[in-house]
Write a protein that binds this ligand. Structure first.
Ligand code: RIB
Ligand code: CA
Length: 317
């Protein structure tokens, strides 16, 4: 077995989160140690149910699910039923999970796991960063013991998808993002600048539907809702699959091009709350804190995603 990358996926399932979970399960480069669930697209309770259900759908119930924060650090709760549906997985209907989430809190689990395996654990964070920020505040030593963090979030030169300026994950909990961005942890950021070039199209779905399987039916029912949202709210044909791109970069970084930049997030209470920005011309002479994906090969990524979904669907028939 190749030298697998040990990943914990911190997630707010969530339609594109669910696709990221499936991609992690379909990728031999990854050993998915656990899922930690955070508020965001859905409540933490609903997100945990979705995580357990998607794992059961993919016959991967051995992977533990930990529940995290139910609220942002400072901001009021903001969920996204208009984007992901009341249950968080669009029109998809999955049986109630047979398995339960772990009793341990996600932030305690993250600390225990990272400190028990120094330099081995990679975090992929595809929801608001509340759990990660709490873990850093509870145990600052995780900063030098974690291998790296891949974050889906932010919009540098791209417009926001939640306010005119801000992306959802950094807008929902800007204070958590601020803590993580300035923690010193090695971060690769996947902002809307690249994810909005990775649109899952009806023709991509039609290709998957050539395989009659519970996996492809789930993807179809979940993304149909997500495509309707993108059409109505953003006049986009298809749906932007932010989280699978972020997950893919953990084992195939060559899909994107990167710049090391000083990146910050606005935590002032004005119109820019949650807006991420980069000092492209180094005005402030601050050392870069984040490796930012700013170029992407969309069809290379989509081909990888489709191939892996086809393989996963066939393997479970
Ligand atoms: O802005 C897109 C991000 O917010 C994605 O991770 C989506 O799942 C939501 O969490
Ligand atoms: Ca997400």
């Amino acid at each position: 077995m190749m030298n697998q990358k040990r990943i914990i996926l911190d997630t707010d399932p969530g339609i594109d989160d669910s696709l990221a979970i499936l991609l992690a399960l379909a990728s031999p480069e990854i050993s998915l140690d656990a899922l930690s669930v955070v508020h965001g697209n859905s409540s933490t309770a609903q997100g945990a149910i979705n995580a357990l259900s998607v794992l059961e759908l993919a016959q991967a119930s051995h992977i533990p699910v930990y529940r995290g924060c139910q609220l942002p650090l400072v901001q009021p709760s903001l969920l996204a039923p208009e984007t992901h549906g009341e249950q968080g997985i669009g029109y998809a209907k999955l049986p109630a999970p047979q398995t339960q989430p772990q009793a341990q809190k996600a932030s305690d689990f993250l600390i225990e796991k990272i400190m028990s395996a120094p330099g081995e654990i990679t975090l992929a964070a595809v929801g608001p960063l509340t759990n990660i920020a709490l873990a850093i505040r509870q145990e600052p030593r995780i900063v030098e013991n974690i291998k790296e963090v891949f974050i889906m979030g932010g919009a540098l030169r791209h417009e926001g998808n939640t306010t005119p300026l801000a992306e959802f994950n950094t807008y929902v909990d800007p204070h958590a993002a601020h803590i993580v961005f300035h923690s010193g942890i090695p971060i690769t950021l996947t902002p809307l600048d690249v994810t909005y070039q990775c649109v899952f199209l009806q023709e991509d779905l039609n290709r998957l539907l050539k395989i009659q399987s519970p996996i492809t039916k789930f993807i179809a029912d979940a993304t149909r809702f997500y495509m309707e949202f993108h059409d109505v709210y953003q006049k986009i044909d298809g749906c932007v699959i932010n989280d699978p791109l972020t997950l893919a970069l953990t084992f195939m970084p060559e899909i994107c091009e990167y710049q090391n930049l000083y990146v910050d997030v606005d935590i002032s209470t004005g119109v820019g709350l949650g807006k991420t920005f980069a000092d492209f011309y180094n005005y402030n002479k601050k050392a870069p804190n984040i490796k930012v994906a700013l170029g992407v090969r969309p069809r290379v990524f989509m081909e990888l995603f489709l191939e892996r979904m086809e393989k996963l669907a066939k393997s479970l028939l």
